[in-house]
Ligand binder design. Structure first.
Ligand SMILES: Cc1cc2nc3c(=O)[nH]c(=O)nc-3n(C[C@H](O)[C@H](O)[C@H](O)COP(=O)(O)OP(=O)(O)OC[C@H]3O[C@@H](n4cnc5c(N)ncnc54)[C@H](O)[C@@H]3O)c2cc1C
Length: 382
């Protein structure tokens, strides 16, 4: 196999899946690259082999070849939801880098947006807002690439990908075939899908249904509605909603800024725990000891006979305030958001995991509630 661009190293086991013969693949291949440079936590050891796939057919060929050879493969977007062990990854890391987007007008004000998986998510949202398309604006400022958004059903400020996703084209790794899968077959639920942590498929592109006319989707999140000066359920110009979301996220350290260690994170490190309603009285009883006067423990309906709790509140009341420093002071909770575990510079993944274990144990001891991590762990465990 010959490779077309970049500093190229032979990918000896790969032959074209389409022709079965040697072929030219438009992929950049490097050995020994540090994965810390590829994650927003700036953590993770080296990759044995790093391949960047800039065309769908290259992505498909690299994945099929790795799978046929039984070689470990890590599909990488922008590394904003990944915790990678200090030993790195002893296999091929495939950075998804295909690009392009387009719109089809469906009539009745509906527009179908099709975006390649390697496109930057926030730039895509900004583009839709500039084009007068409403729907994605509340998902502004979320790091990462488009292909990863269905993986954990990305969500924020009352909107999630499941609300807008129509379908994805993906490479099904069990069959080796590319197929279109409708959104309702992806098992999209709170920060989860059939794709998350399963290595079952690689998303190549995604389609979303948006509205033209420049208005946002109805604002569902009370804090956002307050900032915009509207009622919950109202619409505003999508550009205003985007700016308000970016302001809220920036105040919480949830917009990437290389100079700001509070954003050297994987976003929320834990999901909001969902417990059975039968467990709630015991948790409320334990919470009595940490409640402030006039305060009630935050909770929301979490599905049939279930209640969702606030992981951030539980962490703080278990004795971990904003800015809490972890072992050696190189990791800590964000000074603006207790849910974000951050690399304050020079940390290792082992440091981060030690802090995460301490937080989990503290919440368990005070409330009897288990926290579950939101990011995907690679070659490390909590
Ligand atoms: C500061 C900050 C704020 C954040 N805020 C939010 C938020 O508000 N809401 C939210 O939901 N998330 C949030 N996140 C988490 C993260 O940004 C999202 O989960 C994002 O979609 C991850 O995209 P990525 O390209 O970085 O994926 P990566 O971290 O590279 O990968 C994540 C997982 O998806 C898999 N994957 C990546 N691309 C593909 C593909 N094309 N096909 C199949 N699998 C793939 C990977 O193998 C891995 O398992 C935040 C993160 C940070 C750092």
């Amino acid at each position: 196999m010959r490779l077309a661009i970049g500093r190229r190293l032979p990918l000896a086991t790969v032959t074209s899946s389409q022709t079965g013969t040697e072929d030219t693949v438009n992929a950049v291949v490097r050995d020994g690259i540090s994965l810390a440079a590829c994650t927003t936590l700036r953590l993770g050891g080296p990759a044995a082999r790093f391949v960047q796939g800039e065309r769908p057919r290259d992505i498909v060929d690299v994945v099929r070849a790795a799978d046929a050879a039984g070689e470990p493969l890590l599909v990488l977007g922008a590394g904003s939801n990944l915790v990678i062990g200090d030993d790195g990854f002893d296999g091929t890391v495939l950075r998804v880098a295909n690009s392009g987007r387009g719109c089809d007008r469906l009539g009745d004000g509906l527009v179908q947006l099709t975006v390649e998986a390697g496109e930057n998510w926030d730039q895509t949202v900004a583009w839709t807002v500039a084009e007068g398309l409403g729907g994605l604006e509340c998902l502004s400022g979320i790091p990462g690439l488009v292909g990863a958004t269905p993986v954990q059903n990305v969500g924020a400020y009352g909107v999630e990908i499941a609300d807008l996703l129509v379908s994805v084209d993906l490479l099904d790794r069990s069959s080796g075939q590319v197929r279109t899968v409708q959104a309702d077959a992806l098992g999209l639920e709170y920060r989860n899908s059939v794709l998350k942590g399963t290595d079952s498929a690689v998303v190549l592109r995604a389609r979303f249904e948006l509205r033209d006319g420049g208005a946002s989707a109805p604002i569902r999140y009370a804090e956002l509605a307050r900032l915009l000066g509207v009622g919950v359920g109202d619409r505003v110009p999508a550009a205003e909603a985007r700016q308000a979301v970016l302001d809220l996220r920036t105040a919480k350290g949830m917009v990437l800024d290389a100079a700001d260690h509070d954003t050297w994170s994987a976003g929320s490190f834990f999901t909001n725990p969902v417990i059975e309603d039968t467990e709630l009285p015991a948790v409320l009883l334990r919470a009595q000891s940490v409640l402030r006067p006039e305060e009630t423990m935050p909770s929301w309906p979490g599905g049939i006979d279930r209640t969702k709790l606030s992981a951030g509140w539980l962490i703080e009341r278990a004795g971990f305030p904003r800015g809490y420093a972890g072992p050696g002071g190189k990791v800590g909770l964000s000074s603006r958001h207790t849910l974000a575990l951050t690399n304050q510079g020079g940390a290792s993944t082992a440091d981060l995991l030690e802090l995460a274990r301490e937080v989990c144990a503290g919440v368990r001891a005070v409330f009897g509630v288990e926290l579950h991590p939101e990011p995907v762990f690679v070659n490390c465990v909590l």
